[in-house]
Design a protein around this ligand. Structure first.
Ligand code: ZN
Length: 417
């Protein structure tokens, strides 16, 4: 995060490329380049934006605003300008945050070509009348939209997507927290032997998910779960926003993990406002994608300001967020459904030597009660997670019990497709 923090990212441009190249040192992300003008449903890939410099000099020639001291100082996607103007005209192109006069606000103008600066309000009100020299050295040209994708193939084609937006410049909670945690999650998951497949998407917000979805409709039937990661580094409680479908396998899994960890959390229903879950959960796509954050955007004062910096996020919050993500993905991967092959009355466990298995291996904790739960609810409808949830028996025990019963020919896995 410290290395990514100074880079000026946007929805297109070299900041995104440079950031993805840094992430490639940790996981083999594939970088995709989509040309300007490419259609994506109702949208079009915009011109590529790059910035070299930006400053304002006062009448004495002193730089009063310098992009090099904070990349938030230049309106993100600002058109270039080099001119001498009076204070009144300059003021029309300056954005401040009245409520937090010491902070530089983060503002963008992606789809309306204009130029501008952002500055602390207390500095703004002290600007004296006179001539100012403004210089924004940016380019807006035909180029590409860049995104990163890392696919970990499991035994099954069934997959989960993990998505984070990578378009914000020097802002930590939103969303270097999502980017770094997705990277470390992927790095740990690639060491595991996975039953399901996992796809990590590092995309510019809104236009990035729209472009990805428009290019990958053939995958939709494989995507059984998805999670948008954002704002995971502050010390607020975890907030999970359900998928539009609601009560999806993922919604149940996340709630199960949060409940069992005894962390502070809340669960919200889907609403069509927020991050890229808006696109994943649009009615014509409607994938079971939820969103996990700590304090959601707009609900903490530092949001979209220079105060969302390296000091605002803390190591222990990031670490706990990562542990939660690891547990969710582990459960997603291990969860499965079975059919009981002897559903008419209970099967005779003693004849199969299954009573000897009870407590046979010390520490296994495979017990008769778990067997009865698994046999009774393996009806092709209830997953092992549902059974664990209902029985209050640990998922690992339920899962091991199912393996044992399957080995004895009493269960058959309900295979995806
Ligand atoms: Zn944001």
């Amino acid at each position: 995060m410290t290395e990514l923090y100074p880079i000026c990212r946007s929805i297109t441009g070299n900041g995104v490329r440079d950031s993805l190249k840094i992430l490639q040192r940790y996981i083999p992300i594939k970088i995709h380049e989509v040309p300007t003008g490419t259609k994506a449903f109702d949208w079009t890939v915009p011109k590529e934006w790059n910035i070299k410099d930006g400053w304002i000099k006062d009448a004495s020639g002193k730089k009063i605003i310098d992009f090099k001291s904070s990349n938030l100082h230049v309106l993100n996607y600002s058109a270039p300008i080099k001119n001498k103007i009076g204070l009144e005209e300059l003021k029309e192109h300056i954005f401040t945050d009245l409520d937090h006069p010491d902070w530089i606000p983060y503002r963008t103008s992606y789809y309306q070509e204009t130029w501008g600066f952002c500055m602390a309000h207390h500095q703004f009100i002290e600007l004296s009348p006179g001539q100012y020299e403004v210089n924004i050295d940016t380019t807006l040209k035909n180029g590409h939209l860049t995104y990163g994708e890392y696919f970990i193939k499991g035994e099954s084609d069934e997959e989960m997507i993990i998505s984070c937006h990578i378009c914000h410049p020097s802002l930590c909670n939103d969303n270097l927290s999502g980017i770094t945690l997705a990277t470390f999650l992927a790095r740990q998951m690639r060491q595991r032997k996975l039953k399901k497949s996992f796809r990590f998407l590092f995309i510019p917000g809104t236009i990035g998910s729209i472009v990805w979805l428009s290019r990958n409709e053939h995958l939709f039937s494989n995507i059984k779960q998805g999670l948008v990661l954002a704002n995971l580094g502050d010390n607020g409680p975890i907030v999970y926003k359900k998928s539009r479908i609601g009560n999806s396998e993922l919604d149940k899994t996340v709630e199960f993990v949060l409940k069992n960890r005894q962390v502070d959390y809340s669960i919200r229903d889907f609403m069509p406002y927020g991050y890229d879950e808006r696109q994943y959960c649009s009615p014509g796509i409607n994938l079971p994608v939820g969103r996990i954050t700590r304090t959601p955007h707009n609900e903490y004062p530092e949001y979209h300001t220079s105060a969302d910096n390296l000091d605002f996020v803390d190591d222990s919050s990031l670490a706990v967020s990562l542990e939660i993500l690891l547990e969710i993905t582990e459960l997603v991967d291990g969860n499965r459904k079975y059919m009981n092959l002897q559903p008419k009355c209970e099967p005779q466990l003693g004849r199969r030597g299954l009573y000897e298995a009870l407590g046979g291996k010390s520490g296994d904790k495979i017990n008769q009660l778990a067997m009865l739960w698994v046999l009774n609810y393996s009806d092709g409808e209830h997953s092992l997670l549902d059974i664990s949830n209902r029985s209050n028996i640990e998922f690992k025990i339920i899962s091991d019990t199912a393996d044992l019963l399957r080995a004895h020919g009493l269960l058959e896995e309900v295979v995806y497709r």
